[in-house]
Design a protein around this ligand. Structure first.
Ligand SMILES: [Zn+2]
Length: 156
């Protein structure tokens, strides 16, 4: 078994839509980034690559590459899942904590879990997405963006 840890953060960009875990969150400010800036998917991709010691999202999908401008981050996740499978692993479970003062994410959590489970190739019971605020502390607490921490377990 292998465990991987992922972290990502992006600042809000009011002019973009918010994609979180492959789900469009209506009425919420989006995030600044080269791709669609799906901060949750980026953290999961880093956890997958980390678990298999296959580098990180930046080494596979550099943000200087015009191919990834406004890219759907789901394609990064599909590629990472395929690479860890090629390395001989399958996903056991994933657990993520999404930290932001806004928007309220709890109403969207089950849709996000279902979407991620489909791409990770696991039952939805193996996918956890927890939402919390930073209690007003630091830049995330001041509402400047969203941060995500996540762990992934890979099985042989
Ligand atoms: Zn990112």
């Amino acid at each position: 078994m292998r465990v991987g840890f992922g972290y990502d953060s992006h600042v809000f960009d009011e002019g973009r839509p918010l994609h979180l875990g492959g789900v469009l969150i209506p009425g919420a400010p989006g995030l600044r980034g080269h791709s669609d800036a799906d901060v949750l998917i980026h953290a999961i991709v880093d956890a997958l690559y980390g678990a298999a010691a296959l580098g990180d999202i930046g080494s596979h999908f550099p943000d200087t590459d015009p191919r990834w401008a406004n890219a759907d981050s789901m394609q990064f996740l599909r590629a990472a899942v395929a690479e860890v499978r090629a390395a001989g692993y399958s996903v056991g479970n994933m657990d993520a904590t999404v930290i932001c003062e806004r928007p309220k994410l709890r109403p969207h959590v089950d849709a996000i879990r279902a979407r991620l489970a489909e791409v990770l190739g696991v039952d939805v019971s193996a996918v956890s997405v927890k939402a919390k605020t930073n209690e007003g502390m630091d830049a995330v607490g001041e509402g400047k963006g969203i941060a995500v921490h996540c762990v992934v377990l890979l099985l042989p």
